[in-house]
Design a protein around this ligand. Structure first.
Ligand code: CTP
Length: 398
């Protein structure tokens, strides 16, 4: 999603500056390149060497560096990025930005640019709540500047309240959103994910080995391409992605209901491993061992959520994508499943225990469409998700 994106990262002077080092790493992990700018105050908190070493790029520090001006003027520096991120954005930097001051490299870059800007404020709670900062913040938002955080929490100064800089992963999500002027902008997409838990009694349930990793990756990739994602998730092991609307459910019946309320959508991706059966009558008391023998569990069939959406006669999503978890005859079973459920595409995978796919980090899938079959090499679930999101974007663009 952030592959080949260029981020100009302005690190202001605050104790949260150390988190910007992690932010650089995380951005690079996602394929972005980071050009760092360290303010004078920022240098009091992180060293120029650690910033430039991590970024693997020249660090820009001082406005009146003749070498820099000859190599790359500040105007060009500010405009060659896809996004300018100010993290931490101090009260002072926000004030300068709001007032249009330009007395150092960072503020000059910010004034000289037409590149979108995202700020991650960090300051003492009283400073954040001060009328001047409130005014500056409101001004920046109305100037079209994006903002992530600050969060509530205990602060380095010992006080508690809003002022902690957003965590690096939250900033990444905000960056992805800011850059998500992608091909799915304006499209609303539903993704189901994770297992469902079907209660037997108040303490026991039927479940499966789905971790929710693939569905989460799909939702993240779709959001990264600009889609508005409604993410309906069972009790998954992995946390939901940022920047999507999360609807948590536990049972198949709840998932079916949440899916109905999320409609209409342009596309639906049904990655959840929904339990096929639930207890016909879950006990409201814990089942006890008894001398009369073993309990007999009577099952009832759960609604098939994917089939119900695929077979809607009115308001059916333009594209419905199902997943097929198979342990044998993957292609034949999945092809039959596509026809039986009437979805447009099926992403089929072999979940036999020896593949390590269910609950693992990789996936090897076959994409079955009406017009043919594509076999993808084994790759990370994120890569599968990105490829699938690209295909979905192409299909919805037609
Ligand atoms: N699915 C669903 N609701 C169900 C069961 C499955 O929406 N009650 C969806 C899954 O999210 C997935 C697809 O249907 O996209 C196929 O799931 P899978 O478990 O492979 O298939 P089943 O319907 O259970 O079919 P079978 O029992 O034949 O494997």
């Amino acid at each position: 999603m952030l592959a080949s994106k260029r981020i100009l990262l302005i690190i202001g002077g605050g104790i949260a500056a150390y988190k910007s080092l992690e932010l650089i790493r995380r951005l690079q992990d996602r394929g972005a390149s980071v050009t760092p700018v360290l303010t004078r105050a920022g240098e009091e908190f992180v060293t120029p060497l650690s910033v430039s070493g991590l970024a693997g790029q020249k660090l820009y520090r001082d406005l009146f560096d003749l070498g820099d001006e000859a190599e790359m003027g500040h105007i060009q520096l500010s405009r060659s990025a896809d996004l300018i991120v100010v993290a931490p954005a101090t009260a002072d930097l926000m004030g300068k930005m709001a007032a249009g001051l330009a007395d150092d490299l960072a503020s000059t870059l910010l004034l000289a640019t037409d590149t979108p800007v995202l700020i991650a404020p960090a300051m003492n709670v009283r400073m954040w709540q001060h009328a001047a900062t409130r005014r500056n913040h409101a001004q920046l938002l109305s100037d079209g500047i994006r903002c992530v955080g600050p969060n509530d929490g205990s602060m380095a100064c010992g006080e508690f309240g809003p002022g902690r800089m957003a965590e690096p992963m939250e900033i990444i999500a905000a960056i992805e959103k800011a850059l998500a002027d992608g091909p799915l902008k304006g499209k609303r997409i539903l993704v189901t994910s994770g297992p469902t838990h079907e209660p037997i009694d108040p303490v026991r349930y039927i479940a499966n080995r789905s971790s929710g990793a693939q569905g989460t990756a799909v939702a993240r990739a779709l959001a990264g391409l600009g889609a508005e994602v409604v993410f309906v998730t069972g009790p998954a092991e992995v946390p939901p992605p940022q920047g999507v609307k999360v609807v948590r459910v536990e049972t198949a019946l709840q998932m079916a209901e949440a899916v109905q309320s999320a409609l209409p959508v342009d596309a639906g991706v049904f990655a959840a491993a929904v339990a096929d059966w639930r207890m016909a009558q879950a006990s409201d008391r814990k089942l006890k061992k008894s001398r009369d023998g073993l309990p007999v569990l009577e099952f009832a069939e759960n609604p098939d959520i994917l089939a119900a959406v695929s077979q809607m006669t009115e308001g059916r999503p333009e594209l419905v994508v199902g997943f097929a978890a198979e342990t044998n005859d993957v292609l034949a079973n999945a092809t039959a499943k596509r026809a039986r459920k009437a979805c447009d595409w099926i992403v089929a995978n072999d979940v036999s225990p020896e593949t390590g796919i269910m609950g693992g980090s990789e996936n090897a899938v076959v994409l079955i469409r009406g017009d043919g079959v594509e076999t993808w090499p084994r790759m990370g679930k994120d890569a599968v998700a990105q490829q699938l999101a690209q295909r979905i974007a192409a299909a919805l663009a037609k």
